[in-house]
Design a protein around this ligand. Structure first.
Ligand code: CP3
Length: 349
C-alpha cells in the first residue's frame, strides 16, 4: 500500500503536497492535555504505550495532517544511557549529573545495550502500526531522534541553554571529549533508529534543533557529519525508508554548499528562504517546510504564506510543514486552517 506522504518523501508525484506539523502532538490540543493529566506527567506519558499511541493519532483526526509523528521525546535517549532525566514544571528538561569529563562519559551505557532499553518506544510504535493499518487510511508514521549535537547540548549543559557556553567551551578547548560524546551518541542513535524501523515506522526524522549554535565553518565537523553517518547507515540497510534531516537555522551553511549525504528530505527552517534552498538543493533532495510557526496566530497570514511557498515549490519535490514547532497557545482551528490550505493550494485536480 503506497502512502502519499512516503511517496512525496521519495520524490514521486502525489495528488497534492502532503502536510504535517512539527510538535503536532502537544499542548495546543485540549485532547492531549486530558490524556497527559490522566498519565500523571509528561515522562509517564512517554512511558505508557497505550496513551502515547493515543496522542500520536490525535492530530490525524483533529487537524487532518497526512502523517503522524511518534509521541516521545529526544531526551529519552540520554535518559536510557544512564543520565537521570526529569522535567521540572515551568523550567523544561534537566539532567542531574551532566557530562564534564571522559570518566563521566565512560560511565554511560552505549551502543545496542542503551538502544535496547527504549522498549516503551518500540512498544508504542508496534501498537501504532497495528492501529494505523486497521484504519486503512494510508497515513504515515514518522519516527524520530535528536541529532547527536542537539542531544549533546543537553547532556553537557544539564538543561536547555541560551548561550551554549559549557558545550562551546568544550568545543574549542577540549574538542576530543566532545567528539567522543558525539561518537557514543551516534552509535546509540543508529541502533535506536534501526529498532524504530523494525518496529514499524514508515519514515524517520533527525532533529538538529540547536544546529544554529555552531558557527557555519564548524557545523560539518561537530554535527552534520554525524547526522550523515546515521542517515547513510539507515539508507544502506533500509533504502525504502525515507530519512528527513532537520538542521534548524543553518541558511549560511546551505548557502556555502555544506549540505551533502545520502538521505531523502531536507527540512527547511523558517529563517531560511525556500527559494534559495530550492535553487541550491531542490534537485537533489525533497524539501520540507517552512512556514514561520507564529503565522498560525492569524489565518490571513497563514494563507498568504502557504500560497507563497506553493508558488516557489510548484507542488514538486515538496512537503508542507512549519519551519519549527507549533506553540502551545495556537488556536486549534488555525492549525486546521493551515492543513486545509496546504491541501487546497496544492491539489492537482
Ligand atoms: O512533534 C511531536 O508532536 C512529537 C513529539 C515530540 C516532543 N518532543 C514532545 C514534547 C518531539 C518530536 C519532540 C522533540 C524534541 N524534544 C526536541 C526537538 C524538536 C524541536 O522542537 O526542535 C527537543 C529540543 C526536545 C527537548 C524538549 N522536550 C524540551 C526543550 C521540552 C520542553 C519544552 C517546552 O516547550 O516546555 C520538551 C518537552 C516536550 N516534548 C513537550 C512535548 C509535547 C511538552 C511537555 C508537556 O506536555 O508539558
Amino acid at each position: 500500500m503506497s502512502k502519499i506522504f512516503v511517496d512525496a518523501c521519495l520524490g514521486k508525484e502525489t495528488p497534492y503536497t502532503p502536510v504535517w506539523m512539527m510538535r503536532q502532538a502537544g499542548r495546543y490540543l485540549p485532547e492531549y492535555m486530558a490524556v497527559r493529566a490522566d498519565a500523571g506527567d509528561f515522562l509517564s506519558l512517554c512511558h505508557d504505550p497505550e496513551k502515547a499511541a493515543e496522542v500520536t493519532i490525535q492530530p490525524l483526526d483533529i487537524v487532518g495532517v497526512d502523517a503522524a509523528i511518534l509521541f516521545s521525546d529526544i531526551l529519552v535517549i540520554p535518559d536510557e544511557m544512564g543520565m537521570d532525566l526529569s522535567f521540572v514544571k515551568g523550567e523544561g528538561p534537566k539532567f542531574s549529573d551532566p557530562i564534564a569529563t571522559q570518566e563521566d562519559l565512560d560511565r554511560l551505557i552505549g551502543g545496542e545495550e542503551a538502544a535496547d532499553r527504549l522498549t516503551y518506544v518500540y512498544d508504542t510504535i508496534k501498537l501504532l502500526r497495528k492501529q494505523l493499518d486497521e484504519r486503512g487510511d494510508e497515513k504515515a508514521l514518522i519516527g524520530f531522534t535528536g541529532a547527536p549535537w542537539t542531544l549533546a547540548t543537553y547532556m553537557i549543559e544539564g538543561q536547555g541553554t541560551k548561550t551554549y557556553n559549557i558545550c562551546k567551551k568544550m568545543m574549542y578547548s577540549n574538542p576530543e571529549l566532545l567528539h567522543n560524546i558525539l561518537e557514543k551518541v551516534t552509535e546509540v542513535v543508529k541502533y535506536y533508529m534501526e529498532k524504530q524501523i523494525l518496529s514499524g515506522v514508515d519514515v524517520v526524522q533527525i532533529f538538529d534543533s540547536w544546529a544554529a549554535a555552531i558557527e557555519p565553518g564548524k557545523y560539518d565537523e561537530f554535527s552534520w557529519k554525524y547526522m550523515v553517518e546515521i542517515a547513510e547507515y539507515l539508507k544502506e540497510k533500509y533504502p525504502h525508508i525515507p530519512v528527513i534531516m532537520f538542521p534548524k537555522g543553518i541558511a549560511a551553511f546551505i548557502e556555502r554548499g555544506g549540505i551533502y549525504g545520502n538521505f531523502d528530505v531536507l527540512g527547511i527552517d523558517w529563517g531560511t528562504p525556500m527559494a534559495m534552498a530550492k535553487e541550491k538543493l531542490g534537485e537533489k533532495y525533497v524539501l520540507q517546510g517552512n512556514m514561520e510557526p507564529c503565522r498560525l496566530y492569524s489565518k490571513e497570514a497563514t494563507t498568504e504564506c502557504v500560497e507563497a511557498i506553493q508558488n516557489i515549490m510548484g507542488g514538486k519535490r515538496h512537503i508542507f510543514n512549519l519551519g519549527h514547532g507549533i506553540l502551545p497557545d495556537v488556536p486549534v482551528e488555525n492549525a486546521i486552517h493551515f492543513v486545509k490550505e496546504c491541501q487546497r493550494v496544492s491539489a492537482k485536480s
